[in-house]
Write a protein that binds this ligand. Structure first.
Ligand SMILES: Nc1ncnc2c1ncn2[C@@H]1O[C@H](COP(=O)(O)OP(=O)(O)OP(=O)(O)O)[C@@H](O)[C@H]1O
Length: 635
């Protein structure tokens, strides 16, 4: 296994350019730039329902900031008013006003030294409790909003992904998409959480602390604040590097997830060929890539904290030196030095949080961009204004239809003209790879034709709403995919509102009951993902029951008996006989038993070339079962 060295971290601008992912476009400098904000900002509408919670959260953060600002004052009171007065006799100077409230409260208890000490000690507890309460409520409001926002984004991305055209899915691996729906939304979630728990409180604390520091003593305050721009510049530098790795790592992790998903989906084939080692090797290559990027990212992150602490320590050292000198010379009280040093220390944590937020922010932005890539894809079936009938007659027209998958291999077919009248049953024959399944997919609305028109009762199939289309057109595919759940769930898949009696009737007609009756739980038997536990023929019968239940006027059959033995085929064909009754049917097939169900046979020539010449291998016209044979171009 290759483990990449961590010494090849980018250190020069050229290195940084080299690690930029190609697909996100060249020439983009990241860090805290506007594009980072823009990528996250496009999800702003998801925050609208959370406005109340977010406002309350900010208020709670404000309360926490006030409590934090009050925290050093009990100590200052003790130093200035008790220790310094008693020990050194110095009482004038700055800081007197700020401890005035404590003075007043101590006055209620007699104003003695003991009362002052008691008030100061109690104030520490009260201030800490208040800060804790504000922090808790702030987290609850802000974090809760972040979680709800992400949950809505995740739901929308999943819903949108499912509605993207098949042409889009053909270009993506399942793992890559899974990674976007699950991992990228999680990253956005953690970024929002960081924004809620770190960004807002940190910015408030920094702004408040800076203001109070300058108010307490502007000279000491400004000296302490010199460090702020340095911290920001350091954070900015590291954030730039981290973002490059975040993007590449996400992409590499997506590839890795894709490989795992594909291996598990094809686990039967892996076992059948004993190819576990080949899969291991592929995994190792991708895994090494992720590891290499992770290690580089770790190295950048590891340098992050110490560098920031060093810069912050420069500020503390400066204040200690100048502040101590000033206190010795009576420019300000020791209590003021204690308060300013304490504020400076309390600024380190929010500064660190902000600095650590930079990579989180950039990772979130990278994920937001990957999610946005999906949401920016155009969808088919945008809908049409024309009124649509509840049930079509079933007239299908293809006019000069051409389909090119865009793989560079040219169109699968061109100029396909075909008219199917309501109630007709077409057997679509042709050589392997001629494009029969593709043509069926185009008619079923799975692919938009590159050029030409596909009409169902005169309505353009790629433009009608998908939900309506699938009430009119049911499909039985070559290998019916069953979802994990019961047989009943799977039969009901095409029409979730079907009654139990309707499901049972469909199962009976499609001969599902014939095998389900022998199963321990009958139709309530659970099957695994993909229909594991059932034979190919049994799965096809469940698919036919599904289509029966949809009760669509048009049914498309894509080699429904492919791969079945004679007995299984007999049963499926018997079930199909019930399905085709009274409907418009187009069936691609190589099997005579399915062709026999047709009233007309159509032959699709290789490459979509259409002529009236019938291939020698095609059945003679009319066929023995009385069907008519035509080449598509002649229709
Ligand atoms: N999703 C896809 N993306 C790119 N090319 C595809 C896709 N599906 C099919 N093709 C290509 O389109 C051509 C036609 O394939 P199709 O499956 O439609 O043929 P077919 O006539 O149904 O073949 P068979 O009889 O073997 O099932 C083939 O060259 C195939 O490689």
């Amino acid at each position: 296994m290759t483990v990449h060295s961590t010494d090849d971290l980018p250190s020069s601008p050229a290195d940084i350019e080299a690690v930029k992912p190609q697909r996100h476009g060249a020439g983009r400098r990241s860090r805290w730039d506007l594009s980072t904000l823009r990528e996250l900002w496009r999800f702003k509408d998801y925050g609208r329902p959370e406005r109340k919670s977010l406002v309350l959260g900010v208020l709670m953060n404000g309360g926490q900031m006030a409590a934090n600002l009050a925290a050093p004052w009990p100590l200052a009171l003790v130093i200035n008013d008790l220790l310094q007065d008693k020990g050194q006799g110095k009482g004038q100077g700055k800081g007197q006003a700020q401890s005035g409230i404590l003075h007043t409260v101590a006055g209620w208890f007699g104003g003695s030294s003991m009362a002052m000490l008691l008030v100061a000690a109690s104030a520490v507890l009260v201030i800490t409790a208040a800060a804790g309460m504000f922090s808790y409520l702030g987290d609850m409001y802000m974090n809760g909003s972040g979680q709800r926002i992400t949950s809505r984004i995740r739901a929308d991305v999943f819903a949108y992904t499912q509605r993207l055209p098949m042409a889009f899915h053909d270009r993506q691996t399942v793992g890559e998409l899974t990674s976007r729906v699950v991992s990228d939304t999680s990253t956005v979630e953690s970024t929002l959480r960081d924004v809620a728990t770190d960004l807002v409180p940190s910015v408030l604390t920094l702004a408040g602390t800076a203001a109070v520091m300058v108010t307490v003593d502007w000279r000491l305050g400004l000296i302490g604040l010199v460090v702020a721009p340095l911290v920001f510049l350091t954070a900015n530098h590291f954030a730039g590097l981290t973002r490059q790795y975040a993007r590449r790592k996400r992409s590499a992790t997506g590839d890795l997830t894709g490989l795992v998903t594909e291996s598990l989906m094809g686990i039967r084939t892996v076992h059948a060929f004993g190819n576990q080692r080949v899969q291991d090797q592929r995994f190792a290559t991708q895994n090494d890539n992720v590891l290499s990027l992770s290690l580089r990212s770790v190295k950048v992150s590891a340098k992050f904290s110490p560098a920031l602490q060093l810069v912050a320590a420069m500020g503390t050292a400066l204040v200690l030196f100048v502040g101590g000198y000033g206190a010795l010379n009576g420019w300000w009280q020791v209590g003021v030095l204690v308060v300013v040093t304490s504020y400076l220390k309390s600024m380190l944590l929010p500064m660190k949080s902000l600095a650590k937020l930079a990579p989180s922010f950039t990772q979130g932005a990278a994920s937001a961009q990957r999610i946005a890539d999906i949401l920016d894809q155009p969808t088919d079936h945008q809908g049409t204004d024309e009124p649509l009938p509840a049930r079509v007659d079933g007239r299908i027209e293809l006019r000069k239809v051409m389909l090119d998958y865009g793989t560079g291999r040219g169109p699968v077919f061109t100029d396909v003209d075909l008219t199917v009248t309501p109630g007709e049953r077409i057997a679509l024959l042709g050589d392997n790879g001629a494009g029969k399944s593709t043509l069926l997919s185009v008619i079923g609305g799975l692919y938009r034709p590159t050029t030409g028109q596909v009409l169902l009762d005169g309505h353009s199939v790629p433009d009608v709403p998908e939900h309506w289309l699938h009430q009119q057109v049911a499909m039985v595919l070559q290998d019916t995919f069953l979802f994990s759940g019961t047989l009943v769930d799977n039969i009901r898949y095409g029409r979730p509102d079907a009654t139990d009696a309707e499901v049972a009737a469909a199962a009976e007609a499609a001969l599902v009951c014939e095998f389900a009756d022998d199963l321990p739980d009958g139709l309530d038997t659970t099957v695994g993902t993909g229909g594991t536990g059932l034979s190919g023929g049994q799965r096809q019968r469940v698919g036919i029951a599904r289509a029966l239940l949809v009760d669509a006027p048009v049914v498309l059959l894509d080699e429904p008996t492919a791969g079945l033995d004679v007995h299984a085929e007999e049963l499926v064909v018997k079930a199909l006989g019930r399905l085709v009754e009274g409907r418009t049917i187009i069936a691609t097939t190589h099997r005579p038993a399915v062709t026999a169900l047709a009233t007309r046979t159509v032959y699709l020539r290789q490459g979509g070339v259409l002529d009236t010449e019938l291939p020698e291998t095609a059945p003679a016209e009319p066929s023995a079962d009385g069907t008519r044979l035509t080449t598509i171009g002649a229709l």
